[in-house]
Design a protein around this ligand. Structure first.
Ligand code: ATP
Length: 307
């Protein structure tokens, strides 16, 4: 019985962790293929992507009917542009990502990609169009090669190396005991948070989706790692429609639009330079707060990224 119980228990734990924290949704779907409650609409056709524009139109959603998590949320991300979502914990940021991936269906309103309601297209094609760089990437107990190739099984070794190079992890992998054949994951070589995030970036580069969802890591990485990751992230987002859930505002200064979410409502929106100027603005407050924290953290470092 124990043998049966253990994996199921692990599965449940994993499932809840993912639902809660938006960890690695892409893997999740593969693992839970049979358990999906969300099914393709009868006669649905594949998503036809053009530039990958996203529209949330009056989206209202709650995990249970009596507690709404998003209320009348409307925004658009034009093809190839970047929208950042910020706001306090529990505001509904990750929920927006989950809905876009059609983890759940909206109660009212609609989510459109290139004009097509995601509820009415084949899920497989929807997920093919979206790449996710989660906060915390789940690695398989397999080689590092497989862990990157996973995004596009059957990809050529050169394509995998190329993705790893662009994600700034190729050199690191070459330094592993068995290079690309090194086993990673729980039972293999443990990778650092920054390395795991790079694996996720490499996967997404290999997948080459039209839309990228990025969940910025909450835990601060050291300045050097951070800078390299930012460069790799910029590569993965280039020419793709991008939604970033941001924790450090310094990373979204150049976003085309910033949405400030609070208790499921968009309370402010605009570009960074507009939002910081608002009297009593939620964003302006958050910005001031981060500058203060930066001042107190920064003992002699010359990194002026956030200034
Ligand atoms: P954080 O910055 O802490 O990640 P967030 O803004 O991403 O927060 P969400 O994860 O979207 O917030 O959660 C919004 C609300 O929905 C919270 O009140 C949360 O407790 C609730 N919630 C999230 N996932 C579930 C779930 N699977 N079932 C029920 N409630 C949930």
């Amino acid at each position: 019985l124990m043998e049966l119980y253990m994996p199921l228990n692990w599965f449940g734990t994993y499932y809840r962790a993912i639902q809660k924290n938006f960890v690695d949704m892409e893997n999740m779907f593969d693992l839970l293929r049979e358990e999906e409650e969300i099914v393709d609409a009868p006669g649905s056709s594949p998503l036809l992507t053009a530039g990958g524009s996203i529209e949330f139109s009056n989206v209202t959603f709650g995990y249970s009917p009596e507690k709404l998590v998003l209320r009348n949320v409307s925004f658009t991300v034009p093809a190839g542009k970047t929208v950042a979502i910020v706001g306090p914990s529990g505001a509904g940021k990750s929920t927006i990502m989950r809905l876009l991936f059609r983890f759940y269906d909206v109660q009212t309103g609609a989510i459109l990609i290139d004009g097509q309601n995601i509820k009415l297209v084949q899920q497989q094609s929807l997920r093919q169009a979206i790449g996710v760089v989660p906060q915390d990437t789940v690695l398989f107990n397999n080689t590092i090669f497989y862990n990157i190739e996973y995004a596009k099984l059957g990809a050529s070794p050169d394509a995998v190396y190329e993705a790893a190079r662009a994600a700034d992890i190729h050199e690191k992998i070459l330094s592993f005991p068995e290079s690309y054949e090194t086993k990673v994951g729980e039972r293999g070589l443990r990778l650092s948070g920054g390395e795991k995030q790079r694996v996720a970036i490499a996967r997404t580069l290999l997948k080459a989706p039209i839309i990228v969802l990025l969940d910025e890591a909450t835990s601060a990485l050291d300045t050097h790692t951070e800078r390299n990751i930012q460069a790799a992230l910029a590569r993965v987002c280039a020419n793709r429609t991008t939604i970033i859930v941001a924790h450090r505002l310094s990373t979204i200064i150049h976003a085309d639009e910033i949405l400030v979410l609070k208790e499921g409502n968009i309370v402010e929106r605009g570009r960074h330079d507009q939002l910081v100027l608002r009297d009593d603005g939620v964003y302006a407050d958050m910005w001031q707060q981060q500058l203060k924290n930066l001042d107190s953290d920064q003992s002699g470092s010359d990194n002026g990224d956030a200034g």
